[in-house]
Write a protein that binds this ligand. Structure first.
Ligand code: GLA
Length: 398
């Protein structure tokens, strides 16, 4: 079933906030992300090519004079309360909110109490980084209402650390970075070693970005993700024992992998080779995109999927099925699984006039073959984290 991008209803969030807490909140939002190519490269000091999308987490928030933190999730219809001194990890949605409070406190920022209602139109668990969206929206909101003066890059890094320590996933920097720095109509080419970045216009010449959600929950993602990270670190350590100046996968050549890693461990070797090749594919994909050579970009996307599936082994049979299916369609230039893996969405570059018929065909056959419902979303690159101060809200207050 195709989901059209409808704009999020902020008035209803304000209404919920008032029912639960009373008062006039400020509204902040931070988007989810797609990634055109460059998967599992961020924590290897490589490149990524994400964009923020027009689906986001929204928070309604107001500060309090005491130390009481009161939270409400609209999606889960769930309340939670604690104080600034009793913030703890609970393995629940509150971890993404309280994880950033914990980081602020650890860095010495004087967080006071606040009331916060959380909602959004970003799909949870689909690999669109709903967790980073929540972390960044909450941190940006707290930074604004308490005037901590954090820069956007500090917000990115602190939100990433919250994910490490409260959500328990040793993620790279891509998701939080894309959520904060996203720009309408553009993708971001980020060098995860230097943190230099460049906006590249996403000119799709009659093609669209279509996400196909396998509806496979990526429950393995956390543990397997951390294992991949360790395997990469192991490979780097073996090369670094033999070669000077090697600090990350970015400093390693395929030849060095052959010499120092392959003889020691074939699996670690394959993981590392994937990362080095994925960086190469990304750089080629950027050149293709900048030249308007979309066929080339599409090929790199298919190559990325092949590597993720066979060498890095973070795909699953449903994601492979989706990519294999669209590969036969002339209207699709490229496709691959997106994000950490083991479920979630594929990202597809589809000719505009074929989008509806492709979705219809793939949805039916996916269900027949995989006994799961397929959801499809057409997404656009959008702006990053922000406070929403539009006329609609002002009217609402009057
Ligand atoms: C998750 C992580 C990111 C990145 C991707 C894989 O989304 O949060 O940092 O590593 O997986 O590219």
């Amino acid at each position: 079933m195709m989901k059209q991008s409808a704009s999020y209803n902020i008035s209803s969030l304000i209404e919920k906030y008032r029912q639960v807490f009373k008062g006039n909140p400020r509204i902040f939002s931070s988007p989810g992300r797609i990634n055109i190519i460059g998967e599992h490269t961020d924590y290897n000091n490589g490149f990524v090519l994400p964009a923020a999308i027009d689906k986001a987490a929204y928070v309604a928030i107001d500060k309090k004079d005491d130390d009481q933190i009161r939270l409400y999730s609209v999606a889960f219809d769930d309340h939670y309360a604690c104080t600034t001194d009793t913030v703890q990890r609970r393995h629940s949605w509150t971890d993404y909110v309280l994880g950033v409070v914990d980081q602020l406190k650890k860095s010495g920022y004087p967080v006071q109490g606040f009331d916060l209602a959380l909602d959004g139109d970003i799909i949870i668990g689909a690999g669109l980084s709903s967790s980073a969206a929540v972390e960044c929206s909450v941190l940006y909101a707290l930074n604004t209402i308490f005037q901590f003066g954090l820069s956007p890059m500090e917000i990115v890094k602190m939100a990433q650390k919250a994910e490490h320590e409260f959500a328990g996933v040793k993620c790279g920097i891509m998701d939080q970075f894309a959520s904060v720095f996203g720009k309408e109509g553009h993708v971001l080419k980020l060098d995860c070693r230097s943190l230099e970045y460049e906006y590249i216009p996403l000119q799709l010449q009659g093609y669209q970005i279509v996400l196909l959600n396998s509806n496979v929950e990526h429950s393995l993602a956390g543990t397997e993700y951390n294992t991949r990270r360790q395997q990469c670190e192991q490979g780097v350590a073996w090369v670094a024992e033999a070669e000077e100046g090697v600090q990350s996968m970015r400093d390693i050549t395929l030849r060095q992998l052959e010499d120092y890693v392959k003889p020691k461990d074939a699996l670690v070797y394959r993981r590392c080779r994937y990362v080095i090749e994925e960086n190469e594919r990304l750089l080629q994909a950027c050149r293709d995109l900048q030249k308007g050579h979309l066929e080339g970009l599409g090929k790199m996307m298919y190559g990325s999927h092949e590597g993720l599936s066979k060498e890095y082994e973070v795909s699953c049979k449903e994601l492979d099925w989706l990519v294999d299916f669209v590969k036969k369609e002339p209207s699709v230039l490229g496709a691959r699984m997106m994000g950490g893996g083991f479920g979630g969405c594929t990202i597809n570059l589809v000719k505009e006039e074929a989008v509806a018929s492709l979705i219809e065909a793939v949805s039916y056959l996916y269900q027949q073959n995989n006994h799961l419902k397929l959801d499809a979303y057409v997404v656009q690159p959008a702006d990053g984290t922000r406070e929403i101060r539009n006329q609609a809200i002002r009217n609402d207050y009057e």
